[in-house]
Design a protein around this ligand. Structure first.
Ligand SMILES: *[C@@H]1O[C@H](CO)[C@@H](O)[C@H](O)[C@H]1NC(C)=O
Ligand SMILES: *[C@@H]1O[C@H](CO)[C@@H](O)[C@H](O)[C@H]1NC(C)=O
Length: 228
């Protein structure tokens, strides 16, 4: 009986090897290869107007492994691929984008005038997954600070928390008070802690206690790989 169980486990392990070491990395590589093109400006025909160039950058100081953010841009009920961040600890990555300009003023677009534009990401780290993590929202107060000349928006993942850092380092507060460095908490990321029971059976995991709301919606591994 014990022998049979071990044998079954061994077989399952062998079956899963090609999947874990071939199928999943292939998907990562393919998506990763596509992402530089996806990050290209949406209409290359015209350079963005001054002040249109925005950036978001990501930095993880969590050393358990790579953190992945697969991001898309959502606008006018539609979406398109934006960028795939693969973050090694302490190695920041930055991506540029140009939200669509406001419609011509004679169109009577109503309050705000701008077409809402948001960037949402799927987040993954050590088998924990979230979706709809918003890293840019043209309607949010911080949006102007994501402009390149304002220093861009920087997201920091630290100790299970996500922070937004804006402003330029070392900007003199008297000359440009709005460019002051500011760090605000966005929320917590989901983390589990797992206990190995007897070393044979799949580990027993539970969500770690957390203090703030999660920055996105918890999803499972399958949803992460195959869905937006
Ligand atoms: C946005 O700014 C970055 C950094 O200054 C620059 O490398 C990039 O070419 C700019 N993108 C566009 C479309 O102007
Ligand atoms: C963007 O911000 C606006 C205003 O706060 C909010 O109504 C909207 O739901 C936000 N969009 C996303 C995708 O979070």
């Amino acid at each position: 009986m014990e022998e049979k169980k071990k044998d079954l486990l061994r077989r399952l392990t062998i079956i899963s090897i090609p999947f874990v070491f071939v199928a999943i990395p292939s998907i990562v590589i393919i998506v990763g290869m596509l992402s530089p093109h996806a990050a290209e400006p949406r209409d290359q025909s015209s350079p963005p107007a001054p002040g249109r160039n925005h950036s978001v950058s990501m930095l993880s100081t969590m050393t358990g492994g790579q953190m992945i953010l697969s991001c898309r841009a959502a606008f006018s009920g539609n979406w398109e691929y934006f960028h795939y961040f693969i973050l090694d600890p302490y190695k920041p990555q930055r991506a540029f984008f140009q939200p669509p300009p406001p419609p011509p003023s004679n169109s009577g677009a109503g309050a705000g005038g701008e077409q809402p534009y948001a960037i949402l990401c799927k987040w993954g780290y050590m088998g924990n997954f979230l979706q709809d993590v918003v890293v840019f929202n043209s309607s949010a107060g911080y949006a102007p600070r994501c402009r390149v000349e304002e220093g861009g928006c920087h997201y920091l993942f630290e100790d299970g928390k996500m922070f937004l850092v804006t402003g330029r380092p070392g900007a003199t507060t008297r000359a440009a008070p709005e460019r002051r460095r500011e760090k605000t908490l966005v929320g917590d990321v989901v983390l589990r802690e797992c206990a190995h029971v007897l070393g044979v059976f799949p580990t027993v995991c539970r969500y770690k206690p957390h203090q703030h709301h999660y920055v996105g919606k918890i999803i499972g591994r399958w949803r992460w790989w195959f869905n937006y």
